[in-house]
Write a protein that binds this ligand. Structure first.
Ligand SMILES: Cc1ncc(COP(=O)(O)O)c(C=O)c1O
Length: 439
């Protein structure tokens, strides 16, 4: 297998290799100029979506925009032409050709972090599992989470605590969707932290209700608790950020989390089956990897010399090794280039404006209860609601009859959900409002 041939020239720091790297010869420039993408119709044309539908659930799984499709295709051709040499060069030889390093560097540029603090994953789920299984938790430790997180977040906690003996609790951040307050949510978390609490796990944008949490304020409240604690007793903030990344301000490192997991195959429109975890370097150093890595030469060296690794863990140790669908993983930078070409502030403004327009239209209907707040800072890219006397699935079915693709929220009590992204239009909001009025 390829590992035996590697010279593993990759240094333990990304800085040298990636900074010096020339554009990959494999792939030509993929993104239209920013000027081409100034017009939302041009953005929409980048997607191969079936024009017969209003697609209001694309956060579920990305449709690849043209630059991403082209990048995947380009790497696929390269792999089909020469799988051995392509993989050897991209994983095990010169740092400037190393694709995982390049992908980490591109993510870091977008989120405002250090490439060395990023592990590559297949999705949000894998990232959360790597975090919770990797944390140095033990019997007597407590994880605090909320009633509003996704199944995969709670399952990652349950599976990890069943192994490490820690306990976990869920709390509600509000009692009623009518009166959600940022102050109260922050306060509830702060008050629920016990002396043995080591982790708080929350979700940036709830896919149950569309609510966006004030993560920076939660981080600051936890910081106040930590100011009174020793380093060993610190409370860590873990964030499932998948419905914020690609919608909100990209500088997620500034949110103040200790660890952040997101798939890049939803709002980023990256290749399906891609994602990342960013965590503070001190946290990575305290964690234990779950899977063998192919991106950390020191682990291979230690194994070859039949000794334990002689240095603290780092993010690269957590990128799952083994051969992957490389054409997808390596094409991820094209998705970030696409976002940057459109402009993140424009993307945020557009997504907020479309979803607020929908929220306001739904609130005009007497038979509809809207759960997503319309207060600035508390919504992102989706609107969740109920129609009185109808099940959420019936609402979704009725909309589908009118060629509008909505979804139900995958939670114990499902709501109907509409999500407008960069490929949607104000006309689609109006069309959906008309359909809703006829229900
Ligand atoms: C809040 C939240 N977290 C995690 C996931 C799972 O994401 P992934 O498919 O990237 O693992 C979802 C799925 O939509 C979600 O809504």
């Amino acid at each position: 297998m390829a590992l035996t041939r590697r010279s593993f020239l990759i240094t333990t720091s990304l800085a040298a290799g990636v900074a010096a790297a020339k554009p990959l010869s494999v792939v030509k420039p993929l993104v239209k100029s920013a000027a081409d993408l100034r017009d939302w119709a041009a953005v929409r044309e980048q997607f191969d979506l079936d024009p017969g539908y209003a697609h209001l659930g694309l956060f579920y799984l990305a449709s690849h925009p043209r630059p991403v499709r082209e990048a995947i295709e380009s790497y696929r051709r390269k792999l089909d032409a020469n799988p051995f040499l392509t993989v050897e060069r991209a994983l095990f030889e010169r740092p400037e050709d190393n694709m995982p390093l390049r992908v980490c560097a591109r993510i870091a540029k977008y989120i405002g972090g250090d490439p060395n603090d990023i592990a590559l994953t297949q999705n949000t789920t894998t990232g959360l599992a790597l975090i919770y299984h990797g944390l140095p938790l033990k019997q007597g430790d407590d994880i605090l989470t909320t009633n509003h997180d996704h199944y995969v977040h709670h399952e990652a906690i349950r599976l990890a605590t069943e192994r490490n003996g820690a306990t976990w609790r869920k709390i509600p951040l509000f009692d009623s969707y009518d009166g959600i307050s940022a102050d109260e949510m922050v306060d509830r978390i702060r008050r629920a932290i016990q002396p043995n609490t080591r982790v708080v796990g929350v979700t940036w944008v709830h896919s149950a209700s569309g609510l966006r949490l004030p993560i920076r304020r939660i981080a600051d409240a936890i910081g106040q608790v930590n100011a009174q604690r020793s380093a060993a007793g610190r409370v860590l903030l873990v964030v499932d950020g998948v419905h914020g990344v690609g919608v909100e301000d990209p500088h997620v490192v500034q949110l103040g989390a200790d660890a952040f997991s997101a798939g890049t195959h939803k709002w980023i429109f990256g290749p399906r089956g891609t994602g990342f975890v960013w965590a503070r370097p001190e946290l990575w150093a305290s964690m234990r990897p779950l899977l063998p890595s192919f991106t950390a030469p020191e682990l291979f060296d230690a194994w070859a010399q039949e000794r334990k690794p002689d240095r603290p863990a780092r993010a690269a140790w957590f990128t799952p090794g083994g051969f992957q669908s490389f054409e997808h993983h390596w094409a991820l930078p094209a998705a970030f280039d696409f976002h940057d070409a459109i402009g993140s502030p424009r993307i945020t403004a557009r997504i907020h404006s479309l979803n607020l327009q929908m929220n306001d239209e739904l609130r005009k209907l007497p038979n509809v209860v809207v759960y997503t707040p319309r207060t600035d800072g508390m919504y992102a890219g989706m609107v969740c609601f109920d129609v009185k006397g109808m099940r959420a699935q019936q609402v979704v079915d009725k909309l589908l009859e009118k060629k509008i693709i909505a979804s139900t929220t995958p939670y114990a009590v499902p709501f109907a959900r509409l999500a407008f992204g960069i490929m949607n239009t104000p006309e689609e909001v109006e069309k959906t409002a008309r359909a809703m009025r006829s229900l």
